[in-house]
Design a protein around this ligand. Structure first.
Ligand code: AMP
Length: 220
């Protein structure tokens, strides 16, 4: 199964995507994580996309689509994946649909929309802290989910940091871009696929509801 996580930056795609990935044994593929890794490694791709991430702008569709296709052809993604942060435009959604039809015929495709009000998004993002250990990647919030020890990950003991683009100015821009594209994107999934929308106020309840929906969808 290929599960697309839709939602504004800070809506919980990463947090919920990682829980679903563990519970359903599906690889978590985050385009934002792939891009940040490329920037940190200073690769050609990293150099090409750095300015977009710094400005909170979207990386051009052709670059994103090529990156995701290459990732989805890797062996560990054979049985499906949780896609976090992709697609963000209808062109990307169409490319994903065509790619899966061709390369993974018969695979189930479903979209989960995390629908969170903008004022809450801004509060969540400016307080977000992320574990610097890539293989851990735990996500905290200074107000609602602080680490036990300041700036230290509860899970693996590595240091925590704020993402460079998690400031009020950039998140407001990222949110604007999300709203420009989200209506068409959600309409696309409503028409083409199964779509489940939820306002994830309580994390455990949201995960439980999403898993129940996925169970039911798998049986269809
Ligand atoms: P995220 O970690 O999902 O918030 O993504 C961080 C940044 O990476 C975004 O603000 C964009 O600059 C870029 N990015 C990630 N995924 C995509 C995508 N599907 N399309 C375009 N840009 C993306």
């Amino acid at each position: 199964m290929y599960i697309v996580m839709l939602g504004a930056p800070g809506s919980g795609k990463g947090t919920i995507g990682k829980i679903l990935s563990t519970d359903l044994n599906l690889v978590h593929v985050s385009t934002g994580d792939i891009f940040r890794e490329q920037i940190n490694k200073n690769t050609n791709l990293g150099k090409k996309i750095q300015k977009y991430l710094e400005e909170g702008a979207l990386v051009p569709d052709d670059v994103v689509i090529e990156t995701v296709k290459a990732r989805l052809l890797e062996e560990d993604v054979e049985n499906g994946a949780i896609l976090d942060g992709f697609p963000r435009t209808v062109a990307q959604a169409e490319a994903l649909r065509d790619f899966l039809k061709e390369n993974k015929p018969g695979a189930k495709r479903v979209a989960i929309e995390l629908d969170v009000p903008d004022d809450e998004i801004i509060k969540r993002v400016v307080n977000r802290l992320i574990c610097t250990n890539k293989s851990c990647g735990a996500i905290y919030n200074k107000e609602t989910k602080p680490p036990k020890k300041e700036n230290i990950c509860d899970v693996c003991g590595s240091s925590l940091k704020r993402r460079d683009d998690d400031n009020k100015e950039t998140v407001t821009k990222r949110l604007g871009i999300y709203h420009q594209n989200s209506k068409d994107l959600i309409d696309f999934y409503r028409k083409n696929n199964a779509l489940y929308s939820i306002y994830p106020q309580d994390l455990d309840i949201a995960v439980k509801n999403i898993k129940e929906f996925l169970e039911e969808y798998k049986r269809k």
